[in-house]
Design a protein around this ligand. Structure first.
Ligand code: SAH
Length: 231
C-alpha cells in the first residue's frame, strides 16, 4: 500500500512536468527565433509570450502546430494571429501593470492572455458567440482572472469600462471606428489594422496625447481577417 502511494505521488508530477517541458522548449524557441531575433525588445511582452501556453488556445491538429511561425485556424473562418504579430501589437501599446486594455476580436483568447499578466485588466469583445464562449472558458481554465470576455459588436467598444489606456483591434476595419477613438484615454495607444478585405491592410498605431490630439503612424503591411458588423 505504501509503495503504491509513493508511486502515485512521484509519477503524477513527473508526467505533468514532462508535458509542460515539451511545450515550454517549443515556446522558448518561438520567442527566441520569431520574436527576439526579429527585433521585439519589450521585456514584458517577451516574458508574457514565454509563459502563455499558446497550445491551449487552439484545438485538434493545431495543438502540435501552435508554436509555428504562422497564423492558425480556430474555426468559423477565423484565425489566431502569428506569434510575431501578437508580440508586435503588444509591444506597440507599451503595456504597463496599471493599464486597462480593450481588445476587439477575442478569437481564441490568446492575445488577451498575453496582455493579462502585464496589465491590470483586459476587456475583450468577440462578435461570434461561440468563439467568445470558448475563449472565455479557456481563459478561466488557465487562470487569467483579470480578463473579461463579452459577446457583441466591438465597433462600439465597451462603454461601461471606458476609457482605456490601450486598445488592440485584431480584425481589419475599413476605417477606425469612432467609438473606439472616443474610448481611448489621453496618453492612450491603439493598434489597429486598417484596410479592406482585398486591399493591403496597414497596421496603424494611433495615439492620443494629453491634450486629446490624435496622431497615427503606419507600422507595416499586414493581413487580418475582416472586421464584421452585426446586421
Ligand atoms: N485576437 C485573436 C485573433 C482573432 S481573429 C486571437 O488572439 O486569437 C479576429 C477576430 O475578430 C475573429 O474572431 C472575429 O470574429 C472577430 N471580429 C470581427 N469583427 C468583429 C467585431 N465587429 N467585433 C468583435 N469581434 C470581431
Amino acid at each position: 500500500m505504501k509503495l503504491k502511494l509513493i508511486h502515485i505521488f512521484t509519477s503524477v508530477p513527473l508526467l505533468m512536468a514532462a508535458e509542460t517541458d515539451e511545450f515550454q522548449s517549443k515556446r522558448l524557441e518561438m520567442v527566441e527565433t520569431q520574436i527576439i531575433e526579429r527585433g521585439i525588445s519589450c521585456e514584458a511582452t517577451i516574458e508574457a509570450m514565454s509563459e502563455v501556453p499558446r497550445h491551449r488556445f487552439v484545438s485538434g491538429r493545431q495543438v502540435r502546430a501552435a508554436y509555428q511561425d504562422r497564423p492558425l485556424p480556430i474555426g468559423h473562418g477565423q484565425t489566431i494571429s502569428q506569434p510575431y504579430i501578437v508580440a508586435l501589437m503588444t509591444e506597440l501599446i507599451r503595456p504597463s501593470s496599471d493599464d486597462t486594455v480593450l481588445e476587439i476580436g477575442t478569437g481564441s483568447g490568446y492575445q488577451a492572455a498575453v496582455l493579462s499578466p502585464i496589465t491590470r485588466e483586459v476587456y475583450t469583445v468577440e462578435i461570434i458567440d461561440e468563439l467568445a464562449r470558448t475563449a472565455s472558458g479557456v481563459l478561466e481554465e488557465v487562470g487569467y482572472d483579470n480578463v473579461k470576455v463579452k459577446s457583441g459588436d466591438g465597433y462600439y467598444g465597451w462603454e461601461e469600462h471606458a476609457p482605456f489606456d490601450a486598445i488592440v483591434v485584431t480584425a481589419a476595419a475599413p476605417y477606425i471606428p469612432p467609438p473606439l477613438l472616443e474610448q481611448l484615454k489621453p496618453g492612450g495607444r491603439m493598434v489597429i489594422p486598417v484596410g479592406g478585405v482585398f486591399q493591403t491592410q496597414r497596421l496603424m498605431l494611433v495615439t492620443r496625447d494629453e491634450e486629446g490630439e490624435v496622431q497615427s503612424r503606419n507600422i507595416l503591411p499586414v493581413r487580418f481577417v475582416p472586421f464584421t458588423r452585426k446586421e
